[in-house]
Design a protein around this ligand. Sequence first.
Ligand code: SP5
Ligand code: ZN
Length: 345
Amino acid sequence: MKVFFDPDQLQHAGQGELSRGRLIPCYENPERSRSILRALEQGKLDSEPPPPLDPGFLASVHSPDYLEFLASAHEDWLATGHEGDALPFAFRPPGDSRVPTAIAGRLAEYAFAVDSPITAHTWRAALASAACAVAGAKELRGSGSEAALALSRPPGHHASTRNYGGYCYLNNAALAAEQLLQDGCRRVAILDVDEHHGNGTQEIFYRRPDVLTVSLHADPEYAFPYFIGFAEECGEAEGHGFNRNVPLPRRSTWTGGYEAALVDALTQTVVPFEPDALVVALGLDAYAADPLAYLALETEDFRALGSTLASRCPFPTLFVLEGGYHVEDLGRNLMAVLDGWRAGR
Ligand code: SP5
Ligand code: ZN
C-alpha cells in the first residue's frame, strides 16, 4: 500500500488552543505524525512525499476568497503588529453581511472555532497535507491500486467551502474525492469514522448526488461541532438522499452499538450507492483513551473496523487521516486498521 507523507507537514505546530476557557497545548501537534511514522517503520511500510499540488485545484472545493485569506492570514496578522499564532477572538453576528478587511475581522469571518491556530507554517503544511490526499486519489486511478493511505496532517473534515476550524484548514478528503471524479470515477463515497461529525465534507457535497457522504460520530447534541451532524440531515436538492449521519451515544463501544451502526451504514447506504472508489476519512479519536474521546473503541476494535470495511466494501479505498490525539497509541491504532483491512480483503 502506498503511503503519502511530506515532512513539511511537521512544521505546523500551534502554540495553543482555547479549551474549556484556557489556552492549552494543541492536541493536534506534530508528535501525532511522529507516532505514526514510528509505527509504519516497525510495520515495514515506507512513505513517500506527494508531488506538489496544482494550486488551482483547491478551487474545486474551496472559495477563492477563503484560499486567499488562508495563504496570507499569518503575514497579515504579523503586519498588524500581532505576534505568535493568529487566533480569532470575534465571530460574525447573525445577520451582519459585511466581509471585514482587517485581519482580526477576517479571522472572525472564516473561523468557526477557536481551536485552530494559524502559524507561519500552517498554509504550507495544509497544502502538503492536501497533496497527500490528492496523490492517494491519483494512485488509486493511475496505478489501479486497491488501497492507498494519505497521512494528512493538519486534518481536513471540518473545513468547509469557506470556513476553517476543528484543526482543519483544507478539506483533504473532499479534494481527494474531486480528484477521483476528475480521473473518471462517476460516483465517490466518503465514509467518515472520525468521532467528530465531518461537517465540512457534508457541507461541500450537500447538494450533489455524485459524492455520497456518510459520517459516524458522537451525537452533536453533546459533542463538537454541536450545530450539525444530526440524523435528519439527508442532503438537499439533487443531493437529497446522498448524505447520511449516524450520531452515536456517549461512550459507545464496538459491540455496544458501533459495529452495528457501521455495518448498517455500509450495507444500507455505501454499498447500494455503487461507488467507483471509497474515501475513508480515518479519524482515530473514537479510541477510548483518546484525550478528546466521546466514544470508546479499543485497538482491537480498530482492527475489526478495518476488516469490516475490507470485506463489505469491494471498492478501491483511499484512507485519509483525520483526528486521533492519543499520541502514544495513535500509530498502533492506525496499523490496526490497516492490518485488519489487509486481513479482511
Ligand atoms: C479533526 C478533529 O478531530 N477535530 C476535532 C476538533 C475538536 N476541537 C475542539 C476540542 C475541544 C476540547 N475541549 C472541550 C472538551 C469538552 N469535553
Ligand atoms: Zn475528530
